[in-house]
Design a protein around this ligand. Structure first.
Ligand code: ACO
Length: 329
């Protein structure tokens, strides 16, 4: 029987739009304060994309960065996956727009919709495709423009979100297995706690849906908070168990950057000191499926992670969905 193949992570990349929106800027448009936002969320500023800069553009720039870090050419990619909740259009997929921008015409391309957990779901999909032998080199992107589905008059949500993209290149390997474990979960019974009501088939776009701002994110923050903490901790513990590693073996834990208080509560629940938790929410805000991969890329680029280090990513989002993975960088 053939030896089981493994997955090698060849490189990562990221991209953020240039425009910075600070808490002080928000103070001028809604009834809020830097003090409230910082204390309740840990966020100080977020990046905002231009009107003529759709999600695929951020995905493209992050992909170019990842290709450079992997030291491969785009022609070597044989599958493109884009995890996103904020696609350029409902159809075609953002992955197809990205394929076009990369100048590739044959690599199959599709989107993954699992809200903030999308990148972890994507790692699982990429791993399965590589292990099955169907594809050899996969570009996986997490890209979001939440600023374009935010109600900028709703202070309870508009202070939370931002835009950005991260990318990872995964390839087949006979020697390595850099994805040690992946755990996924979902529970659709919670779908009404965090959702974007209109624009799909349940509420197609009409003047009424636009007037009622039904094309923007609606959230019951307190309820989301509680489930997020318990599911993220559960998934992280399970993925660690499955990887056969112990907490002390993990150099860095990278949780979904939704809210500093969620991150601290998950760390406390798992008994992990905060100096082992990577946090960059203060400058990014919540960028949904792009948080874990952009944070991972930053940790690599700033030397917080070295080649061969083990890292655990854990995320939670609308659906609800959740997931965790232990990987070697
Ligand atoms: N500025 C000032 N006051 C505010 C603001 C604001 N931006 N937003 C809400 N408030 C007010 C409320 O109106 C309320 O006032 P009241 O007491 O007079 O009624 C008060 O602050 C408390 O509101 P809560 O919603 O109870 O505040 P809470 O402490 O729960 O914090 C928050 C709100 C930050 C949204 C929190 O619930 C949270 O982080 N939830 C997690 C949700 C999340 O992160 N979602 C992201 C998407 S999901 C994901 O990525 C995991």
């Amino acid at each position: 029987m053939d030896k089981k193949v493994g997955v090698k992570i060849l490189g990562t990349g990221s991209y953020f739009p240039k425009k910075i929106l600070t808490n002080a800027d928000l103070e001028k448009t809604v009834d809020t304060s830097d003090e409230w936002i910082s204390a309740r969320t840990g966020i100080r500023e977020r990046r905002i994309s231009e009107n003529n800069e759709p999600t695929s553009e951020l995905a493209y720039k992050a992909s170019i960065d990842a290709l450079e870090s992997a030291g491969i050419k785009s022609e070597q990619i044989d599958l493109i996956l884009v995890a996103t909740t904020t696609p350029d259009m409902l159809c075609p997929s953002t992955a197809c727009f990205l394929q076009m921008k990369l100048g590739l015409t044959f690599a199959p391309a599709f989107d993954i919709s699992a809200a903030c957990s999308g990148f972890i779901y994507g790692i699982s999909v990429a791993k399965a495709f590589i292990e099955s032998g169907l594809y050899k080199t996969i570009l996986l992107v997490g890209a979001e423009e939440l600023s374009k589905v935010t109600d900028w008059t709703d202070r309870s949500t508009c202070v939370l979100f931002g835009d950005g993209a991260g990318a990872m290149i995964l390839s087949v390997s006979q020697e390595n297995d850099d994805v040690l474990s992946v755990v996924l979960g979902a529970n659709g019974l919670y779908s009404d706690l965090l959702f974007l009501p209109a624009g799909g088939t349940a509420h197609p776009a009409t003047t009424e849906t636009v007037n009622k701002k039904m094309h923007t994110i609606k959230m019951r923050g307190r309820e989301v908070f509680k489930v997020a903490v318990s599911k993220m901790a559960l998934a992280a513990v399970k993925a660690l168990e499955l990887s056969g590693k112990k907490r002390k073996d993990i150099k860095l834990f990278i949780p979904h950057q939704a809210n500093m208080r969620i991150i601290e509560a998950v760390a406390k629940k798992m008994g992990i000191p905060m100096d082992k938790i990577f946090v960059n929410i203060h400058k990014t805000g919540n960028i949904s499926t792009a948080t874990t991969i952009t944070a991972l890329d930053e940790a690599v680029k700033t030397g917080k992670l070295q080649k061969g280090d083990l890292v655990e990513l854990v995320a939670f989002g609308g659906g609800f969905t959740w997931g965790a993975t232990v990987i070697r960088v």
